[in-house]
Design a protein around this ligand. Structure first.
Ligand code: MTE
Ligand code: HPA
Ligand code: MOS
Length: 787
């Protein structure tokens, strides 16, 4: 392992301008349809069988009888899968082994109890419909409140405390409350899918739409009772994942593999949209109970916070997600005393999972809720209260990590205030509001500070295998997966700059467990940091082996050799990169290398709640303006200005796409997307007809997105910074702007608002501020409904 790479071998303005125009490596294929996804590959597998689940119609029940035989009478049905078919362990739970593939106790509505395999999807579905099963229903826990009441938890309380909490009672201003935060459906365009077959040497091979091929391999091996070397998992690319395929791809791959194992035929599992929405986990709904103490100038003195997440039927990643919530309840603010606890509720619902931000967004929403309410109560502009609380360089967080480069937050804030014309527009909005009794505008500015690294330290490693052929063409393998975020584009850029070759010389290979083993999930926004650095390491090794060969070909010192654009040159003499590779081969010098990277200087002691869990922080800020209609509660997003620190960006166009997409996904979560479960515990919003997603109409009418001007991040590959998740939380500015607009209906009002801020909730919040206490009851009832 070489030291982390701080820049390309030959950087400078030339490279910089080239990066400006780098498009997503699959952009053309995404548009033409040439970019293939897992389920596009099914026609390559003759004799393929399709799988359909038998679903339990209860949220909580005992399975009394199950008769699969009638399914076999359906024409086209080849086999059924049930517990007796499992050679290994019949469980797909990655951490706790609490996800039986063939359960006898039903733990959520529509839980699969068995699978039917047939020559067509229709036949499998018809076969599943013929299965007879009987159940004894049991009482179900369907909300966080019910879970608290029933003491139904998946974890003990997690806790971080710091500072002297007597500051709370001593504070001049107290902001206390409860905030209910809705979940979110991932709605990746490509639903969960896997194809499994037995290969020519007795191994089990899979294509899987998974963010974590190594873990999918592990679960498949466990279910089949074979060592991992018998199982190979490949992910060509995903049509979106957003955390929803970090662990939740495993079960479907396991079913496909089990089917192939039993029938000796290829088996395909692909969930329909309705099945995917009914069966897979979502962003966790949260309930927050908080007490915050502030000084009269708005400076935070103390925060006591209890978080409850709705984990659903199994543990999944709920525990690290809750840890990330505890780490992010400060957002960008120094709070002298903090006592935060988090508990994952066990409910009879889908098992909630990773989703862009990984528990950070919910906790950051709470502290922004506190500051907005405090600002309204104190009649100080929200942006002023916020900047008064910013960390300064050298401060430490409530978990004991020094906040390096906190000054970047202030730089971003100052710059964005100017470019968004915050002060001028605030005055204009005041005039607008004075003239319009039934329409009000609101403006809010919010910051983001987001910690980069997996909070479980051991995950922070990346691996690569770079193969250079004698003709100077290159294959790059690494442990990361492509889900649309542009990881492969960035890694290709790293490889081509490191080797001094042009783009078409570098072929990015699909992610495979037989190229790089024991990899981490592509998650925590660290895909490029980890895998890009590993590829840079491999390329640096190859380059250093090529250097003496090139020097002797060119008759010069090694120091004089320049690699660029497929040419190796020194003192006016040149040789092609291919010629150097061929010469190296003839001198018996290996032209391939594995690369490795581990993030330095991170650690965390879970028991003590202290350490340095993050390699660095990403900073950003947003200013949003909305206009709310007082008759309907409907609103439009007039303008958003975003400024994000992506360090020295490896692919600025890709990063811009991540910022825009992440922001809009956050706007959806906070304003229009609303998950509903019915009284039986069934997901009531299991399709695009009932679950409203943001689209063109939800884009800000004016949308200004900028990257902070190229401050390189020390100790990260090429000076870049992670960009995948942090922009999602810039959307909090939209929710807080809505709150400001609601408050404008009765100047001086302090507005409380649950999430999402749907037009319905906004309508009742306006009624509340207009009419006062009596209406508050109604608003409270409506806003708490159906989380
Ligand atoms: N962008 C697209 N287009 N599709 C996705 O599925 N996932 C997000 C983010 N951006 C996602 C995305 C999530 S949850 C994470 S953690 C990062 O991408 C993962 O990729 P990275 O580490 O390479 O940034
Ligand atoms: N972020 C995202 N995914 C994860 C993490 C994390 O911190 N830990 C385990 N999986
Ligand atoms: Mo992202 S939620 O870390 O996959």
């Amino acid at each position: 392992m070489t030291a982390p790479y701080e820049g390309p071998p030959k950087g400078g303005p030339h490279v910089r301008s080239e990066r400006e125009t780098v498009a997503h490596e699959s952009a053309r294929g995404h548009v033409t349809g040439d970019a293939l996804y897992t389920d596009d590959l099914l026609s390559r597998y003759p004799e393929l069988l399709h799988a359909w689940p038998v679903l339990a119609p209860h949220a909580h029940a005992t399975l009394e009888t199950l008769d699969l035989a009638p399914a076999l009478a359906e024409p086209g049905v080849i086999a059924t899968l049930s517990a007796s078919d499992v050679p290994g362990e019949g469980d797909s739970g990655a951490n706790r082994h609490d996800e039986p593939l063939f359960p006898t106790e039903i733990l959520f509505f529509n839980q699969p109890v068995a699978w039917v395999l047939a020559t067509s999807l229709d036949a499998a579905r018809n076969g599943a419909a013929r299965v007879t099963a009987t159940y004894s229903p049991l009482p179900a826990v369907l909300t966080i409140e019910q879970a608290i009441e029933a003491d139904s938890y998946l974890t003990g309380p997690l806790r971080i405390s710091d500072g002297n909490m007597t500051a709370l009672a001593d504070s001049a201003v107290r902001v206390d409350g409860e905030l209910s935060i809705g979940g979110q459906e991932h709605f990746y365009l490509e639903t969960q899918s896997a194809i499994a077959w037995l290969d020519e040497t007795g191994g089990v091979a899979l294509h899987s739409s998974t963010q974590h091929p190594a873990e999918t391999q592990e679960i498949v091996a466990r279910v089949l009772g074979v060592p991992k070397h018998r199982v190979t998992v490949e992910c060509v690319r995903m049509g979106g994942a957003f955390g929803g395929k970090e662990v939740q791809a495993n079960a479907w791959a396991a079913v496909a593999a089990l089917g192939a194992w039993k029938t000796r035929r290829p088996v395909r599992v692909r969930l329909t949209r309705a099945l995917d929405m009914a069966l897979t986990g979502k962003r966790h709904p949260y309930l927050a109970r908080y007490s915050a103490g502030l000084a009269t100038d708005g400076r935070l003195q103390a925060l006591r916070l209890e978080l409850f997440s709705d984990g659903g039927w199994s543990l999944d990643l709920s525990e690290p997600i809750m840890w990330r919530s505890l780490f992010h309840c400060d957002n960008a603010y120094r709070i002298p005393a903090v006592d935060v606890t988090g508990r994952v509720c066990r409910t009879h619902k889908t098992s909630q999972t990773a989703f862009r931000g990984f528990g950070g967004p919910q906790a950051m929403l709470v502290i922004e809720d506190v500051l907005s309410r405090a600002a309204q109560r104190l009649s100080i502009p929200g942006d002023v209260v916020r900047e008064r609380n910013f960390y300064r360089d050298g401060d430490t967080t409530h978990y004991g990590q020094r906040v390096d480069e906190a000054a970047r937050m202030t730089t971003i804030w100052t710059q964005l205030k100017a470019t968004s014309e915050l002060d001028r527009r605030r005055a204009a909005i005041d005039r607008f509001n004075a003239e319009h009794p039934h329409r009000k505008r609101g403006l809010a500015m919010t910051p983001v500070k987001f910690g980069i690294s997996f909070t479980a330290t051991f995950f922070n490693q990346g691996g690569a295998l770079v193969l250079v052929y004698r003709d100077g063409s290159v294959q790059v393998n690494h442990g990361g997966t492509e889900m649309g975020q542009g990881l492969f584009t960035k890694v290709q850029q790293i490889a081509l700059e490191s080797l001094g070759v042009t783009r078409e010389r570098i072929r990015m290979m699909p992610t495979r467990t037989d190229k790089v083993p024991n990899t981490s999930a592509t998650a925590a926004s660290a895909g490029t940091d980890l895998n890009g650095a590993a590829v840079a390491d491999a390329c640096a090794q190859i380059r250093s082996r090529l250097l003496p060969v090139a020097a002797s070909l060119l008759g010069c010192d090694e120091a004089a050799v320049v690699f660029a654009d497929n040419v190796v040159s020194a003192n006016g003499r040149t040789a092609s990169f291919a010629a150097v590779c061929e010469a190296a081969y003839r001198q018996r010098i290996p032209l391939f290398a594995h690369g490795y990277y581990r993030t330095p200087d991170i650690h965390f002691d879970l028991a003590a709640g202290r350490g340095r869990p993050f390699h660095y922080f990403v900073y950003g800020a947003a200013v949003s303006e909305v206009e709310v209609d007082g008759f309907t509660g409907d609103y439009r997003l007039v303008r958003s200005d975003l400024l994000e620190d992506a360090g020295q960006s490896i692919a600025p166009i890709v990063d811009r796409g991540q910022i825009e997409g992440g922001f809009i996904q956050g706007v959806g979560w906070l304003t229009i997307e609303e998950l509903l479960w019915d009284a039986r515990g069934k997901v009531a919003t299991a399709g695009a007809s009932t679950y409203k997603l943001p689209s063109w109409s939800e884009l800000p009418e004016i949308f200004n997105v900028a990257l902070l001007e190229r401050p390189p991040q020390p100790n990260v590959v090429f000076g870049s910074k992670a960009v995948g998740e942090p922009p999602l939380m810039l959307a909090i500015s939209v929710r807080e702007a809505i709150r400001e607009a609601i408050a404008a209906f009765r100047p001086g009002a302090e507005v409380t608002l649950d999430s999402p801020a749907t037009p319905e909730r906004v309508f009742f919040a306006i009624r509340h501020v207009r009419a006062g206490a009596e209406e508050a009851e109604i608003a409270g009832t409506i806003s708490r409904r159906d989380r």
